[in-house]
Write a protein that binds this ligand. Structure first.
Ligand SMILES: C[S@@+](CC[C@H](N)C(=O)[O-])C[C@H]1O[C@@H](n2cnc3c(N)ncnc32)[C@H](O)[C@@H]1O
Length: 204
C-alpha cells in the first residue's frame, strides 16, 4: 500500500479547478443513482460522499492512510470507511447493489484483479458506475500519455495516463450497459454482472 502524504495534502486543491471545469457534474452524474447498499472504491478524500442521494448505506474503501484521514471528515449518515485495496475487497460475494469508482482505476496496482473483485461483490442485478480517465482515442494524445506516464506516476501517487481502463472491466466479465466519452480525457459509464442492472442510467 503506497502512502502519499504529499498527494493527499494537495488533492482537494488540485481537484477544485477540475471540479469547477465540470468534473463535479460528472461525479454527481455517476453517483446520484447509486442505490441500496453501495461500495465506493478508492474514496480518496471523500469528495463523492455529498452526492449519494439514493444510497441506503455507503461503505467506502481507501488504502492510503493520509487520504483516509481526510475522507473521515466528510463522512455522512450511514457511511463507513475501511482501509483496504480494491484487489482484495473484504466483503462477501453478491453483497452490494451498487459499486462506484471515480478516477481510481488509473492508480490501482492490479486493475484487472480489482475489476474481478467488483464483479464478485456485485449482486446479480447490481450496477457498477464509473468515471475514469483512460488513454485518449486520438493517437497523438495517446502517444504523449504513454511518454508522460513513467514520470507522472512518480509525482501523482501512481496515476497512469495510458491505461485502457474499460478493457479491464470487459476482461473481468462485466457487461458495459452504457458508456459516454465526455471529452478527450474522461469516460463515464455503467456496467453490470448480468444483463440486468436495476439502477437507472447515468443520464437519467
Ligand atoms: C485520483 S484519487 C481519486 C479519489 C476519489 N475517487 C475521487 O474521485 O476524488 C485515486 C485514489 O485511488 C486510491 N487507490 C490507489 N490504489 C488503490 C487500490 N489498490 N485500491 C483502491 N484504491 C486505490 C488512491 O489512494 C487514491 O485515493
Amino acid at each position: 500500500m503506497g502512502a502519499h502524504l504529499f498527494v493527499a495534502s494537495i488533492y482537494d486543491a488540485f481537484m477544485v479547478p477540475a471540479d469547477k471545469l465540470g468534473f463535479e457534474q460528472v461525479r454527481r452524474m455517476v453517483v446520484k443513482n447509486a442505490r441500496g447498499r453501495v461500495l465506493e472504491i478508492g474514496a480518496g478524500t471523500g469528495l463523492n460522499f455529498q452526492h449519494f442521494e439514493k444510497a441506503d448505506c455507503v461503505l467506502a474503501i481507501e488504502p492510503d492512510p493520509f487520504m483516509l484521514s481526510r475522507a473521515i471528515g466528510r463522512i455522512r449518515d450511514c457511511a463507513a470507511l475501511t482501509r483496504a485495496r480494491a484487489e482484495e475487497l473484504p466483503f462477501p460475494d453478491n453483497s452490494f447493489d451498487t459499486v462506484v469508482s471515480t478516477l481510481t482505476f488509473c492508480t490501482i496496482g492490479d486493475p484487472l484483479k480489482a475489476a474481478s473483485e467488483i464483479r464478485r461483490v456485485l449482486k446479480d442485478d447490481g450496477c457498477f458506475f464509473f468515471a475514469e480517465h483512460p488513454i485518449a482515442e486520438q493517437q497523438a494524445l495517446a502517444k504523449a500519455e504513454k511518454l508522460l506516464t513513467p514520470l507522472w506516476k512518480r509525482v501523482a501517487g501512481g496515476c497512469h495516463l495510458d491505461r485502457d481502463i474499460v478493457s479491464y472491466f470487459r476482461s473481468a466479465g462485466l457487461n458495459i450497459a452504457e458508456i459516454i466519452r465526455l471529452d478527450s480525457f474522461f469516460v463515464a459509464g455503467r456496467a453490470s454482472k448480468s444483463d440486468i442492472c436495476a439502477s437507472p442510467g447515468i443520464e437519467a
